[in-house]
Design a protein around this ligand. Structure first.
Ligand SMILES: Cc1cc2nc3c(=O)[nH]c(=O)nc-3n(C[C@H](O)[C@H](O)[C@H](O)COP(=O)(O)O)c2cc1C
Length: 320
């Protein structure tokens, strides 16, 4: 069987190689539901939530407010140390997920100031204690998403530690914390990480279409592809990648984009109530990007207070 026909095995489960990555505020429950319409088997990561938020959530923060129809789901958490880990793992597993992911790659100041995210990569004894505790608490597969390093590249040492602590798979976004989300991902480093460990290695960074997936495979030899910004307002992206990898052609036309945008808006209204319209504004420009008169329609729809007006505007736009 060829590489592209084989599946990615994480613990006791197998998945297609293309995975829906975590984008905070973007790949939320309403969005994941549309992705599921296109892709039934693919693993989807949730957005990152700190274990303290999960443990203390009495319902208001909605940290566990997702639908079972979104599964298979990899629930992503961050942690600053061993506090709250046990309770969070218990609640997440009770909610029903297929895996739990620990983020040790987030570069955001608010996150690293608490010692979580990529700051963990600069403190290996603390990281080891946290990894071992997660492993003890979890009865579902456990994954870790890391960076190239915090201020300095130490991904190989961290990957070996992750493997030694019994983690089932790791994802690497091969940039330093200081690079945030820009600059070229260090694919050579990802290739070294792949060679250094036996657990599956998933790449995150720069895979947006079939051509980039193939190029990244050639440079890294990784086992899976976490699609981040490439899936933003393109809920069909994992399906598109799978079709191309199987030698089939997949074309996205304007009626598919329109249907996705309308359904996305409906899902957001159902999930967030009246705030759904405002939350949809971060997606709207991406749906209409590049089209004729996109900037005019964007200016109009971005200030609209009416769901019906936005829907009608989208229908008109795609009719042009
Ligand atoms: C708006 C935004 C939100 C993100 N939120 C998360 C997150 O919650 N958890 C996480 O592990 N990575 C997060 N990331 C990082 C992405 O998952 C990914 O690692 C990074 O964007 C590189 O991949 P890409 O080139 O496919 O986007 C976020 C990135 C962006 C741009």
């Amino acid at each position: 069987m060829s590489y592209w026909n084989e599946q990615l095995v994480i613990g006791n489960r197998a998945y297609p190689r293309f995975i829906g990555g975590p984008l905070d505020g973007i790949t939320d429950s309403p969005f994941r539901k549309i992705v599921r319409k296109f892709s039934t088997e693919e693993l989807l990561y949730t957005e990152m939530r700190h274990v303290a938020c999960v443990s203390n959530d009495k319902g208001r923060a909605r940290t566990l407010d997702f639908s079972q129809a979104e599964r298979p789901l990899n629930y992503q958490v961050s942690a600053s140390g061993t506090d709250y880990v046990e309770r969070a793992c218990e609640l997440i597993m009770q909610a029903g997920v297929d895996a739990v992911d620990l983020n040790i790659g987030c570069p955001a100041r608010l996150v690293i100031n608490t010692g979580a995210g990529s700051a963990m990569m600069a403190d290996l004894p603390r990281l080891e204690a946290v990894l071992k505790l997660f492993r003890r608490c979890l009865t579902v597969p456990f994954t870790v998403k890391m960076r190239a390093g915090f201020k300095q590249k130490n991904a190989i040492d961290v990957a070996k530690l992750i493997q030694d602590c019994g983690v089932d798979a790791l994802a690497i976004h091969p940039r330093l914390q200081t690079q945030m989300f820009t600059g070229n991902p260090d694919y050579a480093l990802a290739a070294e990480v792949k060679k250094a460990v036996n657990i599956p290695v998933i790449i995150s960074g720069g895979v947006v279409n079939w051509a980039t997936a193939q190029a990244v495979y050639e440079q890294t030899g990784v086992d899976g592809y976490l699609i981040g910004r490439g899936i933003w307002s393109r809920p069909w992206k994992l399906h598109e990648l799978k079709e191309h990898s199987q030698g089939r052609i997949y074309k996205v036309d304007s009626s598919l984009i329109l249907l996705s945008a309308l359904e996305h808006l409906d899902n957001m209204m159902a999930y967030y109530g009246e705030k759904g319209l405002y939350a949809f504004r971060k997606h709207l420009p991406f749906y209409i990007k590049g089209g004729l008169h996109a900037s005019q329609i964007r200016s109009k729809l971005m200030i609209s207070q009416s769901v019906e007006e936005v829907k009608e505007g989208l229908r008109e736009f795609f009719r042009v």
